[in-house]
Design a protein around this ligand. Sequence first.
Ligand code: ZN
Length: 274
Amino acid sequence: MTKQLTLMIVHAHPDDEVIPTGGLLARCADEGIRTVLVTCTDGSQGFGPDFVNSGEPGHDPSDVAAVRKIELERSCAALGVTHIELLGYRDSGMEGWEANKHPDAFCRADLEDAAQRLATLIEHYRPDVLITYGNNGGSGHPDHVNAHLITLLADDLTQIASKLYFVIRSSEFAERVLIEREKITIPNQKPESGRSIPRPQFDHLVTTRIDTRSTISRKKEALHAHLSQLNGSHWVYLSDDALERVFVEETYIRARDKTGASLPESDIFAGLRP
Ligand SMILES: [Zn+2]
């Protein structure tokens, strides 16, 4: 019997799994590939009830974390994720927030210790493919940067995965989102959610394009599972048709490889299939 393929994706917060990697997770579910989602933090600095921000009256970080754990489980059920692993660090919030100073914040964690914890999971699941963010975390968020760092460190420690990828937002994706967003009116839009989506300059680094058209309804269900965080976001207001146009593919950078599979590729397991 051939060994079952395993994919492990390391994300910072509950909800990060959906937009960059939800389609790939759902495609793995279709193929019976084992998927392990590692979520590093509890998401406790996200919106509270009625979308209150962290630090405002009515925002209880432990209540927010409890809601977000349930949302994460629903999202993973929609995407067919087979294993969820929570590292349980406290969400650091955005750079400069008061929450950065909390002793349990992921941005204050001992990185070698965090990497060792991830390495233990890698030794347990023995993933063929590891995925995380690129070197600024993709967004510069301190928890995303740390997710990137501990994944590289844990991969160095274990040397088990045959391929390691970074998620990347292509300019085509950003353009598709902008086009659809300009067609809709977003009620009660907060100024920060109206910011323009950055146009990435890194398209030339994309090595791997995954066709995710067969997964759109599941990706949408997973997106909507994180409803507590979608205040004023275009993601709640985009129609099914719009999402059909936006979620056509996911793009990745192959950063480490032991397979020698040729590039560009359209299969994250190229070189690993029996
Ligand atoms: Zn995040």
